[in-house]
Design a protein around this ligand. Structure first.
Ligand code: PMP
Length: 284
């Protein structure tokens, strides 16, 4: 694979960044994960817009215009010729001194990596997946707003480790008020009282691209969709639950903390949405 770094291409084995890059030293940077379905870069504009918003929030000036960064992503895709895969688009603060002062970093680094995607096994999409609640809370909005898709993923990684320790693949994260926010790498939806519900981003969830698509499809299907604050109790007692993300797509959740959700099988609304989503991506 060829990796794009600041306008040049390098084979993966030679694609390196400086140890003085603040992306490496401090996680000072922003990124996007984007899918390629059947040679089509899915929702590229939405990802680029979120990247620029994340960069704006950390006062990082991306050295390329949106059209230029789009061209770089498309060129990386073309050079590597991957029909289905995953793109990691990264902008770091760039090379600076051994201190956090951003003024020592004159030139942000732009990196585009492309590779195959490892999805959850198909059995989870068919039969549903079990998750646990992490004791690690989501970073408060007032500390590091999770709407910024930054290179600081330790908060999520700590939750993911809890999932790994519990022998499951994902962990639900609550905010400091105990409300449901999202999972370590996915947004969450519940279906109860004939309504599809997801937490509002202002309580600390990422404004997921897949989340937005799912809301749109659900509305087109005539479902009632709401953004509401809820606790784990509402998840335990909901009829259906699923997670959304660029890599995970839509994954049914059938158990949280050992409590069966609904009848313990992927629900009919979840199945309908998976079906419609797969039609949209062309993977079905
Ligand atoms: N929340 C978190 C913490 C994420 O990292 C992601 C992306 N993996 C999502 C939600 C889902 O966002 P998207 O649908 O844009 O991939």
């Amino acid at each position: 694979m060829q990796v794009y770094i600041n306008g040049k291409f390098f084979p993966t084995s030679k694609a390196g960044i400086s140890v003085y890059d603040h992306g490496f030293l401090y996680g000072d940077g922003v990124f996007e994960g984007i899918r390629i379905y059947n040679n089509n870069i899915f929702m590229l504009d939405e990802h680029i817009n979120r990247l620029y918003d994340s960069a704006k929030a950390i006062r990082l000036k991306i050295p390329l215009a949106k059209t230029e960064i789009k061209a770089a992503v498309k060129q990386t895709h073309k050079i590597n010729g991957l029909k289905d895969g995953y793109i990691r688009l990264i902008v770091t603060r760039g090379i600076g001194d051994l201190g956090i002062d951003t003024r020592t970093c004159p030139k942000p680094s732009v990196i585009v990596i492309i590779n195959k995607i490892v999805l959850y096994p198909e059995k989870f999409y068919k039969n549903g997946m079990e998750i646990i609640t992490a004791s690690t809370q989501r970073t408060p909005v007032s500390a590091l707003n999770p709407q910024i898709k930054s290179m600081n993923y330790l908060n999520n990684i700590l939750a993911k480790i809890e999932a790994e320790n519990a022998g499951v693949n994902e962990a639900l994260m609550l905010n400091t008020s105990g409300n449901v926010v999202e999972c370590s790498g996915d947004n969450i939806f519940i279906y109860r009282n004939d309504t599809l519900i997801t937490p509002p981003t202002f309580i600390g969830a990422l404004d997921g691209v897949t989340r937005a698509i799912v809301k749109k499809i659900a509305k087109q299907e005539g479902l009632k969709v709401e953004e509401l604050i809820f606790s784990r109790h509402e998840v335990y007692t909901s009829d259906e639950c699923f997670l959304t993300g660029t890599a995970a797509e839509i994954i049914p959740i059938i158990k949280l903390d050992g409590r069966e959700i609904g009848n313990g099988k992927p629900g009919k609304i979840t199945k309908l949405l998976i079906n419609k989503f797969r039609k949209l991506t062309g993977s079905q």
